[in-house]
Write a protein that binds this ligand. Sequence first.
Ligand SMILES: Cc1ncc(COP(=O)(O)O)c(C=O)c1O
Length: 438
Amino acid sequence: MGEKLNFLLGADQVPTHWYNLLADFPEPLPPPLHPGTHEPVTPDLLTALLPESLVAQEMSAERLIEIPKEVRDVYALYRPTPLLRAVRLEKALQTPAHIYYKYEGVSPVGSHKPNTAIPQAYYNKVAGSRRLASETGAGQWGSALSLACSLFGLECTIYMVKVSFDQKPYRKLLMQTYGATVHPSPSNQTEFGRKVLAADPHSSGSLGIAISEAIEDTTRNPGTKYSLGSVLNHVCLHQSVIGQETIEQMQMTGEDPDIIIGCAGGGSNFAGLAFPFVQRKIMMGKGCRIVAVEPASCPSLTQGELRYDFGDTAETTPLMMMYTLGHQFMPPSLHAGGLRYHGMSPMVSHCKKLGLIDALAVPQIKVFQSAVQFARTEGIVPAPESAHAISVAIDEAMKCREEDRKRVIVFNLSGNGLLDLAAYDTYLSGKMHESGDD
Ligand SMILES: Cc1ncc(COP(=O)(O)O)c(C=O)c1O
């Protein structure tokens, strides 16, 4: 084979700044609105939930924001992450395409989520918060925040979407190992959770409901702040380390990407990989195709409407301009729990509206076929979320084969699936259906 597989950066090449695409949009992003007055939100509304430093980042139009030393010190546990070339997958597909993947699954919890959990915990610690409350879908975000809180000495309470709480007991245990308290959502801990349970005692939950519970918990408990693992501008900002490193690593390969692919739940790993490339597109007209991939059964970008909507089911968040299926949308209990969100990051939505990115939706069984093919050729068992990106990468590589044309494909392998083996069991035993399962 003899091809170079692994493109590694040195420990001193962790980015020193986060990149903020808000500085470079050719049209400004529509602001979030106060749910009562429908006026643009002022920072004071957000500081009830987030420390001032994160509110400032949420609204900042500065292009580069310095990463604090304390955060870089923790990033050093797993960053820079590797970029690998999937030569064995290429060979199995008999494609002239070159396929590269940025592997974020090397973080201690197995996904990209610590890239923002670490700074969020850090800024909260500096601001004097005692405790953080948040929600989690698949449990990846909850594990990342639990880890970050334990590193910075904060208490942590996580509302975990019930279907994942039941399907993924090991993620719950991981969070508990890091010292967090975990409740299945809808829970009896909050008024909103009790209301949902009264209406449907068997509710499998959703990210929208879990967000409402975490926000209610925050507003009722002094010393507590809220933390979100996706969607918001400052989360996309923190994830930009992924794309910045990838640009350096692609230079090492001597190739330029033709297609960039990421899965999209709330949009953060996609944003992290894509936004530094979107900047190149805006500034230098360097045109690679950039594709966000979502589940066919929760297709906010491909089937949703672009309009102001709430980020949660109980209508407590500011209204955000985003592609949405409606905040009451109840996604089916698909196995990529981290992609079960009714909306999409306003920044990712804005990119789509401006024609800077495309979106595709892929059905669940096809995603698992791709995941298994990837595991059997490249060795890494991907997170079901990340496998959405793999599926489109494989489709693109097959197109290259049909057209006998080489293209350079780069996708984000946002996490590994070692704690998602129950989903693989459902697939391998033939019990998986397109939405819901068994
Ligand atoms: C491994 C992995 N990839 C992707 C996602 C989707 O989130 P986002 O769109 O914010 O990257 C999640 C969410 O939990 C995840 O765990």
